[in-house]
Design a protein around this ligand. Structure first.
Ligand SMILES: NC(=O)c1ccc[n+]([C@@H]2O[C@H](COP(=O)([O-])OP(=O)(O)OC[C@H]3O[C@@H](n4cnc5c(N)ncnc54)[C@H](OP(=O)(O)O)[C@@H]3O)[C@@H](O)[C@H]2O)c1
Length: 319
């Protein structure tokens, strides 16, 4: 039986618990596709799962393959799936427990979303989890629309870079937080007022009367965010650190966005990229062999967009 390389861990721990292992190639069952993965992105959930921080909510079976999202080419299909999909370029968000840091992955066919020829695999791999998270928060939960004033925390990160653009595209006025290093970059993405978390003036002294705060950080950032909202405004959270819901006290609502591998939404995101309304931001592309470094960089928490692993070289180097 042919085998493939997958990046796995057999215990919780530091990035060094990851290793490249030869494993049996997966086979698509009925309703599934096999994807030859060209690129996979690194998300904070990858290192949090590996470090054992999510054991209570997301227990894993060892050996566990790292990674949640990526892009590649459909290599085979299971019974009941249209064979015309073979050879199609796609991106995907895999279900929990199905690792994307692997030369091949098997998924329900519905989760493989077509990408245009001119979108590189590395850019496409940057979209699924970060894009679906930004969309779930701003569009599905907060229903951001024209004229609304929105604060995007962590605007320089994987989620934030897409969230700023999505909010702007929907006609909102966008404020943002990030480090000084990333201020100019976040303004270029469409944020007006940018408050730096490493400056003396805290964001709550600069901003007020906002309709929506996107909080992917929790903890202290969450606690301080109530003060910048108007009455009946909304904080929409991505589950990062724990937070205390003080919505009733401040007269605002607090929602946690449900991030699902929704292929219809991912297709919307890809369509916006295809028409130039949304730009994936890839800070660095690392060779597959740099999987330990990729986790370490993500864990440092000061990204400028996404880190992507190139799993295999395309015959067209621009892709
Ligand atoms: N399903 C879910 O609930 C879900 C889904 C997606 C993401 N998340 C969570 O959302 C968070 C962000 O994800 P991501 O993919 O965007 O991470 P990321 O790409 O690693 O970006 C993190 C960003 O946080 C910024 N940052 C760090 N400390 C900050 C502070 N005090 N104030 C403002 N910004 C700060 C950094 O900006 P600087 O470099 O400028 O400091 C960095 O760009 C993670 O905790 C992740 O686990 C949850």
């Amino acid at each position: 039986m042919p085998d493939i390389t997958a990046i796995q861990f057999c215990e919780y721990g530091p990035p060094e618990v990851l290793s490249a292992r030869r494993v049996a190639a997966p086979r698509p069952a009925a309703g599934e596709v096999l994807i030859d993965v060209h690129a996979a992105s690194v998300n904070p959930v990858d290192w949090k799962v590996r470090a054992g921080l999510l054991q209570k909510v997301f227990p894993v079976a060892f050996p566990m393959t790292s990674g949640r999202d990526g892009a590649g080419v459909v290599g085979a299909v299971g019974s009941g799936v249209d064979t015309a999909l073979i050879g199609r370029r796609v991106c995907f968000l895999a279900g929990r427990g199905v690792g994307a840091f692997a030369e091949q992955i098997v998924l329900p066919a519905a989760l493989a979303v077509g990408i245009p020829d001119r979108l590189s695999f590395t850019d496409a791999a940057a979209l699924p989890l970060a894009g679906l998270s930004a969309w779930a928060a701003l569009v599905t939960a907060a229903q951001v629309g024209p004229g609304m004033r929105v604060l995007v925390h962590a605007a320089s990160g994987g989620v934030g870079t897409l969230a700023v653009q999505i909010a702007r595209d929907r006609g909102a006025e966008v404020a943002a937080t990030c480090s000084r290093r990333n201020g100019g970059f976040v303004r270029e993405l469409g944020a007006g007022d940018v408050a730096f978390h490493d400056a003396e003036t805290p964001f709550e002294d600069r901003l007020s009367g906002l309709d929506v705060v996107l909080d992917p950080l929790g903890g202290d950032i969450h606690r301080r965010s109530y003060a910048v909202l108007r009455k009946r405004g909304m904080i929409v959270c991505l589950s990062a650190a724990p937070y205390e819901d003080r919505g009733a006290e401040y007269g605002v609502s607090v929602k946690t966005a449900q991030v699902l591998p929704d292929p219809a939404v991912l297709a919307e995101i890809v369509a916006r990229v295809a028409t130039g309304r949304l730009r994936p931001v890839v800070e660095r592309v690392l060779p597959f062999s740099e999987f330990v470094a990729s986790h370490r960089m993500c864990e440092q928490g000061h990204a400028r967009g996404k880190t992507v692993l190139r799993i295999r070289q395309s015959s067209d180097p621009s892709k």
